[in-house]
Design a protein around this ligand. Sequence first.
Ligand code: NAI
Length: 333
Amino acid sequence: MRMVMFDSRRYDREAFDAANASGRHEITYLEPRLTPETAALAGGYPAVCSFVSDRVDDRVLEELHAGGTRVLLLRSAGFNHVDLRAAARLAVPVLRVPEYSPYAVAEHAVALVLALNRHIHRAHARVREGNFSLDGLAGFDLHGKTAGVIGLGRIGQAAARIFLGFGCRVLGYDLVPHTGLAGAPGFRQAGLHEVYAESDIISLHVPLTPSTRHMIDDAAISRMKPGVYIINTGRGALIDSMALIRALKTRRIGAAGLDVYEEEEGVFFEDLSNTVLQDDVLARLLTFPNVIVTAHQAFLTREALHNIASVTLDNLTAFEEQRPLVNAVRPSG
Ligand code: NAI
């Protein structure tokens, strides 16, 4: 089937061409993001493939549908950027990749903890300038510390296991009881109050929903241990960025590792190095020595890219063959 892919990068093309080696599907790769302004480019393609940086709202879906789009393929697990109600109204199935490598994201979350705690980013910059002093680079042992994992789904559980491997005590919070880690020495599912009050590190692994938007705000931060590390590889809007900045300034938060940012759209994934950054909040975050920002790259491993491409094309084949759409996402309620 003919599929057009928005916001495609070289690594997407390589992975999808490899997964489509049989040539079963005809893929057109476009660089622009999918927005109301670019949706017309999909005219005549029955399948559209989009990424988390696209904005698939009501208007975009109407335009896609009018142009002949019959299926929307998300090459992501998250789907908060898609108006599922509009898609359902237009009878355009939305198919995602529910799991491609929880390890990729969990390992990146822990990489942020280690880099921040052992000041790897600062040490690297220093030695390149010929400064071999260790002043200000003291970290702490992860062994024996408490890691709070918020969201115990696929990624949260993978992160919890890594923290357990370091000898951390892990307190996990989720809406539902999870048995995957039950009985693992050092792990306990706990209430949010307890996770906030006892954790030295808090790592966020919940989806962005109305109830998780800005869950890390002034009130939540005030319940946390002073000096806590906050790691966000979930979605940017889980954190109220202004509250985070306030708490970093007072040192209430000891460090932040951010792979996602609430206003990342149009900034992350782009090379803006020849322009002036317009987002003052992001610019402020980038000034802190104890903040590391990565541009939504937690998913970016070879294994994840391979799985994303093959599951996306399996989803397309299932649609074409009118088989059950096991990876369809539907509006809740
Ligand atoms: P999952 O669906 O396996 O797990 C999510 C967990 O969060 C579930 O156990 C669910 O019960 C829990 N949850 C939902 N609402 C909650 C609430 N209000 N309070 C407490 N727990 C709640 O999802 P998975 O695969 O673990 O992914 C988690 C999130 O990670 C995704 O939704 C996505 O936003 C993000 N993600 C980020 C990537 C990156 O590159 N930075 C890549 C892939 C996912």
